[in-house]
Design a protein around this ligand. Structure first.
Ligand code: COA
Length: 176
């Protein structure tokens, strides 16, 4: 468990699956996550069995604090493509509950996992791909200390057009 001020990151477990599938199947969120098609319950279960075995990704559920009220699962944050040789990983985040968004919780989840990656996993660089159609995510990563490395031109095909993608990153000493 990684505990922050307003959220905690808990080990991702079966109890987090149902909400997660609801979120990834929502059209508005799927676009930001670059998912092209809905996920069935069976596929979702297989995905879970796969990710808990893999060494190159690390999933957390984002749950609200304070703990005196029952924590609420509002989203997920995870490291993807963990590369121990080059000491880097991609960070992905999803705050799926509408009433959990725009309250600083996504930014805190990004910061908490980035610090964990640097301090506990000894990674050196964390990066994120953010679609240009998602200025809120861009702002959130920047608030967490990420800076622009470059723009990937016309990198994704979505809604009948190509979209540029920003590559943002944070190096170990620069994290807030
Ligand atoms: C992106 C996401 C992680 C941000 O987390 P959040 O808790 O909602 O956002 P925060 O409150 O921490 O910060 C958002 C910031 O963006 C700003 N913002 C919101 N909408 C904006 C917009 N359209 N343009 C520019 N900035 C915007 C907010 O004002 C806030 O900045 P401020 O604190 O300086 O006012 C979350 O909304 C989310 O998961 N969205 C859906 C999935 C997604 O986009 N994932 C990221 C894929 S890269």
């Amino acid at each position: 468990m990684i505990t922050g001020k307003a959220v905690r990151l808990s080990a991702f477990e079966k109890r987090h699956l149902e909400k997660t599938r609801t979120w990834v199947n929502r059209e508005d969120l799927a676009g930001f996550l670059d998912r092209a098609r809905p996920v069935s319950e069976h596929e979702h279960s297989r995905w879970y069995e796969n990710i808990i075995e893999r060494q190159d990704c690390l999933f957390f559920a984002v749950e609200t604090l304070p703990a005196e009220i029952a924590p609420v699962h509002i989203g997920n944050v995870w490291l993807w493509n963990i590369d121990t040789r080059h000491r880097k990983a991609e960070l992905r985040v999803l705050i799926g509950e509408a009433n959990g968004q725009n309250k600083g919780l996504g930014t805190e989840a990004i910061s908490l996992l980035s610090q964990f990656a640097f301090k506990r996993m000894n990674l050196h660089k964390i990066y994120a791909y953010v679609l240009d159609t998602n200025p809120r995510a861009r702002k959130s990563f920047e608030k967490a200390g990420y800076v622009l490395e470059g723009e990937l031109k016309q990198d994704r095909w979505q809604d009948d057009r190509y979209i540029d993608v920003a590559l943002l990153s944070c190096l170990a000493p620069a994290i807030k």
